[in-house]
Ligand binder design. Structure first.
Ligand SMILES: [Zn+2]
Length: 282
């Protein structure tokens, strides 16, 4: 749920670099596809800017020829990703992101590039930079070959969607008599939020299983701060948690409003049962 600055590399430059050392028998075919790749990148940019990637279905049918499609996907797999491949420096440049944090989950380390529209279904977009998002392996796997069928099914695209200025992510602390207290995460769209964007944020949260990721991490964090809170009284605990929340909030690049720690500290600071001793149960 974090935004990133879109890459400045052009689709043509990346494509040409990748195919520069292709065997002559493949090179001719790949050269002939160059303009189609550039045109597809332009279409992708227009659609992504308008949150309309679900309208690009006609692009999936191109090119028709199976050998062309295979050469395009091979270009990603063999000419772009491997160490020493002609496009590898560009691949590594696209993977670079602050603190190595995956923008899709905002938590795990980047280890790959995720195709916003999958390369097997959209081979013309296989090495188009704006279709390639730095991601952790788990987010990459969770999204898989999904293609949005409707406007609401589009997960957030870090180069085009920015929800960091408002709080969407919230944490809840539930006390039960019979079981240990539970911390849960959910999306609550801010007041006046666009309904399509709200549906997309919820979709993103579900596809990437963010509640399941943040919950256990929150419990570990609560366990980490228990030792500090023990030495404070309830009022000072409240202040400590507000400070902790603020230290997350001020760093927009690190997730700001929608970092799971921000939502956690915010909820804990408001929970009198937690402040008055409940913290010791974590
Ligand atoms: Zn991730």
């Amino acid at each position: 749920m974090r935004s990133l600055t879109p890459p400045s590399l052009s689709a043509r430059a990346v494509y040409r670099t990748c195919i520069s050392k292709a065997l002559p028998r493949h090179k001719q075919r790949l050269d002939a596809l160059e303009q189609a790749v550039v045109d597809a990148a332009d279409k992708f940019e227009a659609a992504a800017s308008a949150a309309a990637l679900h309208t690009l279905k006609d692009l999936a049918a191109k090119p028709v020829d199976a050998a062309d499609r295979a050469q395009l996907t091979n270009t990603y797999t063999n000419r772009f990703v491997p160490d020493g491949a002609p496009g590898n420096l560009l691949y590594n440049a696209l993977k670079k992101v602050r603190h190595k944090i995956c923008p899709l989950c905002g938590h795990r380390d980047v280890s790959t590039l995720d195709h916003q529209l999958p390369k097997m279904k959209y081979p013309l977009l296989a090495v188009v930079p704006i279709n390639l998002v730095p991601a952790c392996g788990i987010c990459n796997g969770l999204k898989g070959e999904r293609v949005p069928e409707t406007v609401a099914e589009q997960t957030l695209h870090p180069y085009y969607d920015d929800v960091a200025d408002e709080q969407w992510l919230h944490a809840g602390l539930k006390w039960t008599e019979s079981r240990p207290p539970e911390i849960t995460y959910s999306i609550r769209p801010p007041e006046g939020a666009d309904t399509v964007l709200a549906a997309r944020v919820i979709r993103h949260f579900q596809i990437f299983s963010l509640a399941e990721l943040y919950g256990p991490n929150a419990v570990r964090e609560m366990s980490n701060i228990r030792g500090i809170l023990k030495f404070l009284n309830a009022g000072t605990r409240h202040k400590y948690l507000l400070l902790a929340e603020n230290s997350v909030l001020i760093d927009k690049d690190a997730g700001g409003q929608n970092h799971w720690k921000r939502a956690l500290f915010q909820t804990l600071a408001r929970d009198s049962r937690y402040l008055e001793g409940g913290f010791d149960q974590f």
